[in-house]
Design a protein around this ligand. Structure first.
Ligand code: UDP
Length: 551
């Protein structure tokens, strides 16, 4: 034991000396504050000042060294929500010599990921903004492993979904509030600050009305990998495994095992005739209908049920994020209250339709005003409008469509989105039946290959002049190198031919590895020729180096 203590003492001494001599070291990725993640040695936090501190010494490193541009507007975004002015990260600077006059630092030995949760009260935000980005940030930096420490700096309490954050690592995450307990000055031996935005698919409408992100970089594959890891950590047996264990063959598991899940909300945005809806669904699809709700059961048990469902039906709302746990080929049905246009609120549609997510999305909207129950007397944040001017209230009540708006306090939007709905069964079933017509078959919902062709090899051209106005261009190439290892359903090549100096080109799709072009080919002319391979109609390969072909 004495050895342990002295070891700790030596470590402390070594750490303190390193901090005093070397100061803080920071190396970041990213050109802009919006795509930056920084790695630090000896980043410190002063709980009294509620500031991070960078200690300068002769051997400290600060890359990028932005000077005062570090404040324009910040070094980086601490949450995955882009460029939100409440989510910026920066640090104060001090000379390492100042340590002599400061409280003794406490060192955090764990590799730490420092971030802001964006809205830990809301399940959609928990997954989209925090859990998935943190999961992939940790995958990006290999020392952010299962032993990593997460520190949440947004300043909120644990919130209702803290158990989910606990799944990210074996160590208890720390809240900003708890940092005080470590003393006045704490120094993270090794830390990463910021979150990857690579996996986010939705923007919430702070600068333009909400919608899918402009360039999405995530596919269903990464979302499903995340879902699988999370389910393992929640000890949920996956459907495929259950099938294997039960020894059910593909044919045996008929309709009897299939079921529909109705996700029920119990406090706001209600479906007023759930029982009637359940009966109608059971009858229509000849399947069991199971209800789940965040209020009435544990989250893992909800995920267990959803992970085996054929269809998930829910009023628009954060609970629909659980569709990321649905099996491939399942159907997501999202209901919208009166006057809310499904096309304008698409976080769950976007998720379901990510390439490779393999979910079939259908929306239904209440178009019957007599079937909606409004709540004008509720507080503003639950859609109340009685605090508004009389004329404004009347305008909202008369409107049949919420116009496009920015986040987050538009009273007309809140009024409409917090309505309860009596679902008109005939119209609902009609939409559902219509929507099911375009659902791909179960077989096609098996993961499609995403292997792209390599470049075609040894592209060549030969030319010949026939007469003063006729010429031939023979283009040939070899198959891409990776083709010999693949089973490809359909193999095609695309050839682009452009007369030098012109700005248009002729594209050709060909099944074979060579072709003689004679139409529109002129003598004594230079043509630029590009060739690429295409697998299964839409998997495009890269073009080979351009050929210069002179007739
Ligand atoms: N919530 C719930 N049942 C309800 C109302 C809300 O489980 O009756 C959950 C909801 O899924 C979300 C959180 O409470 O995680 C906040 O709900 P809110 O209506 O504010 O957000 P929204 O669902 O519109 O994103």
């Amino acid at each position: 034991q004495s050895q342990e203590v002295s070891q700790a003492h030596i470590d402390y001494h070594v750490a303190l000396q390193a901090l005093q001599e070397h100061g803080t070291r920071m190396v970041c990725t990213g050109k802009m504050h919006t795509d930056r993640i920084c790695r630090f040695d000896y980043l410190c936090y002063c709980s009294e000042a509620e500031e991070f501190v960078f200690f300068h010494s002769n051997s400290s490193v600060m890359l990028p060294n932005l000077g005062s541009r570090r404040f324009q507007p910040a070094l980086l975004d601490l949450s995955s929500v882009e460029d939100h002015n409440t989510q910026y990260f920066n640090f104060l600077e001090l000379p390492a010599a100042a340590l002599k006059f400061m409280p003794k630092p406490v060192f955090v030995p764990d590799v730490t990921l420092i971030l802001n949760r964006f809205n830990p009260d809301n399940l959609m935000h928990v997954f989209h903004d925090d859990l998935i980005p943190a999961f992939y940030t940790m995958m990006q930096y290999s020392d952010l492993d299962d032993e990593a420490r997460l520190v949440f700096m947004e300043g909120w309490g644990e919130g209702p979904h803290f158990d989910l954050y606990r799944l990210l690592s074996s160590k208890q995450p720390l809240l900003k509030e708890q940092l005080k307990n470590f003393g006045k000055l704490m120094c993270f031996t090794k830390s990463y600050v910021g979150l990857s935005k690579m996996t986010t698919w939705y923007q919430y409408g702070f600068v333009q009305p909400q919608g899918p992100k402009a360039n999405m970089l995530v596919s269903g594959n990464e979302i499903r990998q995340f879902a699988r890891v999370l389910m393992d950590k929640m000890n949920i047996t996956r459907v495929e495994e259950m099938e294997k264990d039960g020894g059910n063959s593909e044919d045996e598991k008929g309709k009897k095992d299939e079921y529909i899940v109705l996700f029920s909300r119990s406090t706001t945005r209600l479906i007023l005739n759930e029982a009637e809806l359940i009966m109608a669904l059971a009858q229509e699809f000849q399947m069991r209908v199971v209800t789940v709700s965040l209020e009435e059961q544990s989250f893992p048990s909800t995920v267990q049920v959803i992970s085996g469902a054929s269809m998930l039906i829910s009023m628009h709302g954060a609970q629909l994020i659980t569709s990321l746990f649905l099996p491939r080929g399942a159907v997501v049905v999202e209901l919208f209250p009166f006057a809310v246009n499904p096309e304008q609120y698409t976080p769950y549609k976007t998720l379901a339709t990510l390439p490779g997510m393999d979910l079939h999305y259908i929306s239904w909207r209440n178009t019957k005003e007599e079937n909606t129950i409004t709540h004008p007397d509720k507080p503003w944040d639950q859609g109340g409008i009685t605090h508004l001017e009389k004329e404004e209230q009347e305008r909202i009540l008369a409107s049949k469509d919420v116009p496009r708006h920015l986040c987050c306090r538009n009273p007309e939007w809140l009024f409409r989105i917090y309505q309860d709905t009596l679902v008109d069964i005939p119209s609902f079933l009609e939409v559902l039946k219509e929507g099911m017509k375009t659902k791909p078959s179960v077989r096609r919902s098996k993961p499609a290959s995403t292997v792209h062709p390599g470049r075609v090899r040894e592209p060549q051209c030969q030319t010949s002049v026939q007469t003063t106005n006729e010429a031939k261009l023979i283009v040939s190439w070899q198959i891409p190198w990776n083709l010999k290892y693949l089973k490809v359903r359909e193999l095609k090549y695309e050839v682009w031919i452009q007369e030098q100096g012109e700005n248009t080109y002729m594209p050709y799709i060909l099944p074979q590895q060579n072709y003689t072009f004679s139409e529109n080919i002129k003598p004594f002319t230079t043509y630029l020729v590009w060739v690429r391979c295409i697998f299964n109609k839409n998997l495009l390969g890269p073009f080979a180096d351009v050929l210069m072909c002179r007739t």
